[in-house]
Design a protein around this ligand. Sequence first.
Ligand code: DLL
Length: 433
Amino acid sequence: MKCWNPTCECMSRDEMSSLQSERLINTVKRVYYNVPFYRNKMQQAGLVPEDIKTVEDLKKLPFTYKQDLRDNYPYGLFATPMSEIVRIHASSGTTGKQTVVGYTRKDIATWSEVMARTLAAAGATKDSFIQVAYGYGLFTGGLGVHYGAERVGASVIPISGGNTSRQIQIMKDFGTNILACTPSYALFLAETLDEMGIDKNELKLRAGVFGAEPWSDNMRKEIENKLGILALDIYGLSEVIGPGVAYECEEQHGMHIPEDHFIPEIINPKTGEVMPPGEKGELVFTTVTKEGLPLIRYRTRDISALTYGTCGCGRTLVKMERVSGRTDDMLIIRGVNVFPSQIESVLLEIGETAPHYLLIVDRIGTLDTLEVQVEMSDKLFSDEVKKLELLEKKIKDKIESTLGVSAKIRLVEPKTIARSEGKAQRVIDKRKL
Ligand code: DLL
């Protein structure tokens, strides 16, 4: 599969560092003189723009948090006059105010460029048909992929999320080659395909770019088998730009970050210290080309690790490993750290249930409880009780041995766990109520 922009995706480390340094110096100047919030923070840290001379100096700069965006709601961190802003998006999040982000015309061009790289890595060309089933609207998924697909010159099918049987009909009739949606929705589409009695070979689907929520390699295999495609992980967040912050290539081993635009770091979330390559920690981004909302050392709360080197695909861009969870969606159950994605991985590895699950965490007295509800497949549903009990025990034992936490397993009837058309909700934590 072709690189969209070999000059930027395959440059040497030295070339990349000098490009990053030059762009970082400009960004720091821009935010210092245009955004009072950044100026104040730098002054408090005793820094002036001239202190930032190379990308190595990045670690001197203070972090920016989601809360800072909320405190400056809606436009307080924008670095250009509103007359330069041509698009506004927002991400809802579970608590507090929306996070509002703005793009200048050049930012939209940057976004289209990084999304074109993402889609080209999935095999998109001007001959492709790309079905965009991410939501259109304030969410960045739909329009982000849309603009990238147009930049590639593909034929875009802007269907947005929902209306699942129509999605399948269109996929079949319009000859969709690349599907873009959340991995949970991809699975739901696969299930519906089956129900509609359409064989995957009747479709022209070749690849999917799935992201916006955590998923596991086992889930990938499930989607690939059911849809007969190459399933690629794509990552992004509205604050940084939207989708396009990292993308997998055909190697399926980590996501390339277009670091000529977004410089990543991995830090220890407790101490803020920068961690060496390969170690897991919190992902932090600094944007070096954005105009509307430049971000300095933005704490994503996503957990990942970075690896440098030349990839099998030829790209030299740093890779981030699959997001294993968020510093804030980690459940602590009786003192054990549990990420929903770890449980998903166990369920799919056993592979005897449907890939739909819900975690219910509660506290009885002082004791945390974890219930894992998992859907039976139709075949399993008709099995005898004894067999089901054995399966429950098998799941329970496997979760206990892999995660070190005991859980109650409840096999529930097929199709009883709510399906999502966007980001799936997998955890109900009753302890907070
Ligand atoms: O979800 C942007 C996006 C749209 C990415 C479409 C990929 C595809 P937000 O709504 O701001 O933006 O949510 C960002 O979603 O901090 C992660 O916690 C999570 N996330 C996004 N992609 C992945 C992924 C979009 N591939 C938040 N794996 C991020 C795991 C992901 N988590």
